[in-house]
Design a protein around this ligand. Structure first.
Ligand code: ADP
Ligand code: MG
Length: 390
């Protein structure tokens, strides 16, 4: 179907001295084009369709000779259904947009819909544009596989979410059931303790009961505060303002633990879409850990906020005791703690907050030297701005 003068002319006489480019017979050239695994359409600069190879005719669903002697406008097939496909052909041919590449949907005459990648480039002879080549790749199978994979991932994440929600409901119900009996045990043992003589040998039993009930109350409180974590309510906020609020709210803990934090903050005045309450809560948990797991009176905490094109990192680095290799796999587990009296729900809460923001959390630690926790929040996390929620 090659008509007119061949566009492809290899002028590299030095590389192939015995084979003059004009000697490539049109038959060989047509064979080469037809064996290409991608669709190719060549349009002469005067608008005439020079060639359409077999792959292109198969993909587009038109017979090989359908465009014979036609002008390029004949390629604008089935105008109603194939607007996006036709648009790219127009852009390549008429607007002469160089190296244009788009993925478009295409409906064949038999009604089958394909996902195509269409690329246009120019065929030059010296300075002159002699023709335009349109390459067509059928990505339908790839696209379908990709969509299936996305659907499976989505389904998995919904399942995980459902499972997490049902565990949350169970934990909430158990905490609710325990709360009242524990309060009664604690309250009555306290009353009994007040009534006992200071030297009564039974005091130590009551004190153990009281300690146990206090510990249970702490656990019930921690579970309650985990299960009550609200759904995120994102808004555009200054990250620095949220950080400053978390720093201010942690200050009373310094006095309580008789420790002092030396802060270093590196940040541009960045804005981000996040839930300020929950994000502040996550920062406070991390600052509290830094404060609690340090052996010195003074602890250095440095916070670095870095924003890239598609995400923001908030890194919190401390110079505390670090996390041992053996504890490292468990730190996000509910109730895991290395404190003598601790509940172990802090990092579990942080993880939930960050994953609700569709972010990730990374912990690096060197025992004896310190810990660095990086919270990575995607810019386009799919979370909706409060104002656009309604
Ligand atoms: N900054 C840190 N430095 C050292 N250890 C840490 C730090 N953060 C967390 N950990 C370890 O992870 C465990 C779990 O932390 P968390 O969930 O906040 O519970 P808790 O603070 O009640 O122990 C801690 O007990 C501790 O062993
Ligand atoms: Mg903690």
């Amino acid at each position: 179907m090659i008509r007119g003068r061949p566009i492809y002319q290899d002028r590299s006489d030095t590389l192939m001295p015995n084979l003059q480019p004009t000697e490539i017979s049109p038959l060989i050239l047509q064979n080469m084009l037809d064996n290409l695994p991608v669709g190719l359409m060549v349009i002469h600069v005067n608008g005439e369709t020079l060639t359409v190879n077999q792959a292109a005719s198969k993909i587009l669903g038109y017979p090989l000779n359908a465009f014979d002697g036609e002008r390029w406008e004949a390629l604008l097939v089935d105008r109603e259904k194939n607007d996006a496909f036709n648009r790219i052909i127009v852009d390549i041919v008429r607007e002469k947009k160089v190296n244009l590449k788009r993925n478009v949907w295409y409906t064949r005459p038999d009604g089958k819909t394909l996902h195509l990648s269409v690329t246009g480039s120019f065929l030059r002879e010296g300075e002159n544009i002699e023709g335009i080549a349109v390459l067509i790749n059928d990505l339908t199978e790839l696209h379908r596989a990709h969509e299936n994979e996305k659907a499976v991932l989505q389904e998995n994440s919904e399942l995980q979410h459902e499972r997490a929600e049902s565990i949350r409901h169970l934990a909430e119900a158990v905490a609710h059931q325990i709360r009242n009996p524990v309060a009664a045990i604690g309250g009555f043992s306290m009353r009994l303790l007040h009534k006992l003589d200071p030297n009564d040998p039974n005091r130590k039993y009551l004190e153990t009961i009281l300690d146990g009930s206090k510990r249970l109350e702490d656990i019930v409180r921690a579970v309650g505060s985990y299960t009550r974590l609200l759904r995120i309510s994102p808004q555009r906020v200054s990250v620095l303002a949220v950080l400053e609020r978390a720093q201010a709210e942690i200050a009373p803990k310094e006095a309580e633990l008789s420790r002092k934090i030396a802060w270093t903050v590196q940040s541009e005045p960045e804005e981000m879409i996040l839930d300020p309450e929950l994000f502040c809560h996550a920062l406070k948990e991390l600052f509290l850990n830094a404060l609690e797991f340090c052996n010195d009176h003074c602890i250095a905490i440095s916070v670095a906020i870095r924003k890239n094109e598609d995400h923001m990192d908030v890194e919190i680095r401390d110079t505390g005791s670090g996390i041992s290799e053996k504890d490292r796999p468990y730190i996000f587990d509910p109730f895991f703690t290395t404190k003598a009296v601790g509940v172990g729900m802090g990092l579990c809460r942080v993880k939930r907050i960050i994953s609700d923001h569709k972010g990730r959390i990374r912990v690096d630690s060197v025992p004896g030297k310190g810990t660095s926790v990086t919270l990575r929040l995607p810019e386009s996390s799919g979370i909706q701005h409060k104002a656009s929620n309604s």
